[in-house]
Design a protein around this ligand. Structure first.
Ligand SMILES: [Zn+2]
Length: 634
């Protein structure tokens, strides 16, 4: 059997990190082998997140997140290493060997999640089939009145949960064990109806005990939670069904809530999922904005009208996890729900969170009484697109709202309006933006008082500082950076990227850099000494530099050097770098010699002084010739 690490490295060799990261982050080409984009792991406005195609790693110079394709997938999907390997393998269509987990517990959990995904997939197919049956005529009629055609119904995998609570159970019981069925959130059961005899009252391990326990927990007690409902599957970002929303078709009150959602399960957490993100993510990335609506039906209507970048929050307030998920595709959003009606508090909280996550928000307010679904059905998609185009910047919208709620004719009204706005402004992460907003608001509310203006600016800007700290200064010279690139260039020699015409086939930058550094120890005594030693060892062992166990700062230095590929690595560039290192080494020796010379003179040790003076002449000569001699080696 193959070692787990072996399989992972096979997958890694075939994976293109640029393509895989590109599924999550909008990347732009920033060099021959480098790509950059906004970091998905911290908030930022300028791209400090880079991906290197040759060495197959990513690094963020803002938050120092970095690693290979698996680290990336692990971090962004919040999954274990084996799951990340599996996921990347799946993307590449590489068949999996038996998965190995680092602990039995981990294996158990992964298996459990797998079964829960399977049961949801089966249930989804079951509901879809049920929708086609004669008994589901009223469900089809309902969907029809909501303007959904067959194609949309199929695309969203909308189904029908029959009136009988036992059909789903009977359809699944042969394929899944009872624990999985109970854990899936698809079923209810009545524990109270069980016989009072429990296993604890019987001798442990006795035949009777196990038979009775099983009998007590018979499957007949399980029945479907969703009955006589139109079923909307909720999927992960990858399109795997993990939960459902069931819209009731019954008219009487006792049939439960209008919308019933799956409970939280090991695979479903309401706060981490965005409805339709699986279908919308590509369009969001491409169009660089998303449309957020409240209900799933709104979302489906808007999507099927051709606006593919739409997602729904399903009536609850946006969470941090959802904002992060969405922010990976675009940080621009048009929020289309009516903050004045039901769900106002949720909408307000969602907007507040999006502000603090640094989203660029616009608000689309439709005429009173219209939700997106109704609006499109009555007025058509063009009218809706126009309305989208006219959506208002969030702070303009807020200022208008403040003026409506607190008429600013009097000084008291102005203060009230200000106090309404202040908490909103304080959520903005950027101090500069907050300051600008404070000015804008003073102007728009007609605040003349200098004191009040100052107070506003102070309140707006005196907020805990932004979370991201500016990257630390890098401490490598240009020459050292060139040498790091050279040392790491092993694969470059075989890369089609470099087999361009006019390329010197004898130029082996890694071998040459290694030769000079080991021969002359040019890196000795510098800050990068240890780092270069590690890189030299990596070269000898044919390891990728990014695979070295470097500390955070060193990793950052190497990453930054490797990301710099605007200047082609040529023999001249390497030669100049070595020359420069050599000069620097001589300078260091001269410095040291000067020091010793001074000491010798103080001791009046003329013999040593004479020897040192002679050495100094040699060094100065070497200094002058440093340039030329390098050329003869290369
Ligand atoms: Zn980052």
């Amino acid at each position: 059997m193959a070692q787990p690490g072996e399989f992972a490295s096979t997958v890694k060799q075939q994976a293109d990190i640029v393509r895989i990261v590109g599924e999550y982050v909008k990347l732009r080409k920033s060099g021959a082998q480098n790509w950059s984009g906004l970091c998905p792991f911290h908030q930022e406005k300028t791209a400090s997140f880079s991906v290197n195609a040759v060495h197959q790693f990513f690094h963020c110079f803002g938050c120092n997140a970095g690693g290979d394709v698996f680290t990336f997938v692990q971090k962004i999907e919040n999954i274990t290493f084996p799951e990340a390997v599996r996921m990347v393998a799946e993307k590449l269509g590489i068949p999996m060997p038996k998965v190995t987990y680092s602990s039995p517990e981990e294996a158990r959990q992964a298996k459990r999640r797998g079964s829960l995904l399977d049961i949801h997939e089966r249930a989804c197919v079951f509901f879809q089939e049920q929708l086609k049956r004669p008994e589901a005529a009223h469900a089809r009629e309902y969907l029809n009145t909501r303007g959904l055609n067959a194609a949309t119904i199929a695309e969203f995998r909308i189904g029908y949960a029959p009136e009988s609570g036992f059909l789903l159970r009977d359809a699944l019981r042969g394929q899944f064990d009872e624990d999985t069925m109970r854990e899936s959130g698809l079923f209810s059961w009545k524990d109270k109806d069980q016989s009072p005899v429990t296993s604890s009252q019987l001798p442990e391990g006795s035949e009777a005990a196990s038979t009775l326990t099983t009998a007590n927990r018979q499957l007949t007690t399980l029945y479907s939670k969703f009955r006589n409902r139109v079923m909307f599957p909720i999927a992960t970002e990858q399109g795997k069904v993990i939960a459902f929303t069931g819209r009731t078709l019954a008219t009487e009150e006792k049939s439960g809530p209008k919308y019933l959602n799956s409970p939280e399960t090991p695979i479903y957490s309401k706060s981490r999922v965005l409805f339709n993100v699986d279908k919308a993510k590509e369009a969001i990335r491409k169009l660089d904005y998303s449309i957020l609506v409240e209900g799933q039906m709104d979302c489906i209507t808007v999507y099927s009208a051709g606006l593919r970048n739409v997602i729904a929050s399903s009536g609850t307030a946006f969470t941090d996890a959802q904002a992060k998920l969405l922010g990976r595709f675009s940080k621009k959003i048009v929020v289309n729900f009516d903050p004045d009606t039901a769900g106002a508090a949720a909408a307000e909280r969602s907007l507040a969170l999006l502000v603090s996550e640094d989203f660029e928000i616009k608000v689309l307010t439709l005429e009173a009484g219209f939700d997106p679904d109704l609006y499109i059905r009555r007025k058509g998609v063009n009218a809706y697109t126009d309305a989208l185009g006219n959506s208002q910047k969030y702070f303009d919208y807020l200022i208008e709202r403040a003026r409506t709620l607190h008429p600013v004719r009097t000084p008291e009204g102005k203060v009230r309006a200000l106090n309404y706005l202040l908490p909103h402004i304080q959520r903005v992460p950027s101090r500069i933006v907050r300051d600008e907003l404070a000015n804008e608001i003073s102007h728009r509310l007609g605040i003349e008082s200098k004191v009040l203006r100052q107070e506003l600016r102070h309140a707006a800007t005196a907020r805990s500082s932004a979370r991201v700290t500016t990257p630390a200064k890098l401490h490598l010279t240009d020459a050292e950076r060139v040498l790091i690139r050279a040392l790491a260039s092993r694969e470059l020699a075989h890369s089609p990227l470099t087999s361009r015409e006019g390329h010197d086939p004898d130029f082996e930058p890694a071998r040459q850099a290694h030769y000079f550094l080991t021969q002359e120890r040019l890196h000795e005594g510098t800050g990068a000494h240890a780092l270069f030693d590690a890189l030299l060892t990596a070269h000898e062992q044919i390891l990728d530099p990014m695979a070295l166990p470097l500390d955070e700062n060193d990793r950052r230095l190497v990453a930054s050097a490797l990301m710099e590929d605007r200047e082609e690595l040529t023999p001249e560039l390497l030669e100049n770098a070595i020359r420069s290192l050599r000069k620097r080494a001589i300078l260091r020796q001269l410095d040291e010699l000067q020091h010793q010379l001074k000491e010798a003179e103080q001791r009046q040790d003329s013999a040593t002084s004479a020897r040192l003076l002679q050495e100094r002449v040699k060094l100065r000569r070497a200094m002058a010739g440093a340039g030329e001699s390098a050329a003869t080696y290369l």
